[in-house]
Design a protein around this ligand. Sequence first.
Ligand code: SF4
Length: 337
Amino acid sequence: MSFSSALLDWYDANKRELPWRGEHDPYRIWLSEIMLQQTQTETVKGYYRRFLERFPNVEALADAPEETVLKLWEGLGYYSRARNLHAAAKVVAHEMNSIFPKDAAGLRKLPGIGPYAANAIASIAYNVPVPALDGNQARVLSRVLAWEPEIKTPFDLLTPALGLISKERPGDYNQALMDLGAMICLPKSPKCDVCPVSTHCKAYAGDAALDYPRKPAPIAKKEQDWTILLINVGDAMLVRRRPKGLLGGLYEFCAIEGHFSDASSLANALEERGFQNVRIIERLPDAKHVFTHLVWKMQGWRVACNAAPEGYAPVNSEALEALPFPSALRIYRNSVK
Ligand code: SF4
């Protein structure tokens, strides 16, 4: 039996029940694939359901204000995905008569759709035989093939992957490899004894599953110190919208790069920045947030002042709750009384 037949037989009997399984609507498949990038499947389920309730089709998503989309995305992280999702919905709804492109090359022209998502959507929605190569699929294939070269991107495996994919059921094949990677060929503890493709697996034959994929040395994450300031003017809290870039479009509290050793140096720094009659109320707990290549080490303070410089908006606690905020600042937002 071929590799793909063994894999598909196993998939037919063991596939995971997921809300987007069995879907052929490219809008729903696209939504699930974008959400699943860098996010655990269990977490995605609830977001996927809420998104479809609020935006049942691509027109509804395209016509929504960006802030509504970001608010619904809150907690999923990697917010450029949400902004691109919104931008791509506008292109499909307004320039393509609400019909998604039917091949991977056309899909890749949409904002936020990279080679992985394009191949996943094209294969699942339209049965195009292209491999959905992500880290998961690359791990499995690197083991099956005992792939020696260092893998810089999963698409380094494109040529052998094209040779293995089922031409009859490419969408199911891609999902089967996703499931195999999630259930059997696990990163640290592959269950080779119960693996349906073990007879095709060169790493297993060499008793070397954990030696693959060959990995480049990890890149050290850059650390940044931030002081996060919950500043009241009267009963209102000062917030501002982040510019484009990391977490762009989300809201934040006043933040100053660096840490302060005492309240008076912090008060001076704030007055230099145009805050008037600054009173430091209390120190808040420290917090840390780890991004892909960056770590924020945060020191928090509660502050009051009489007036703020331009760029800040005073909001009450109800309005604050409704604004999209990055998870990185959740500990501070939750501490607003
Ligand atoms: S035999 Fe082991 S290493 Fe090979 S694909 Fe199956 S689980 Fe992965």
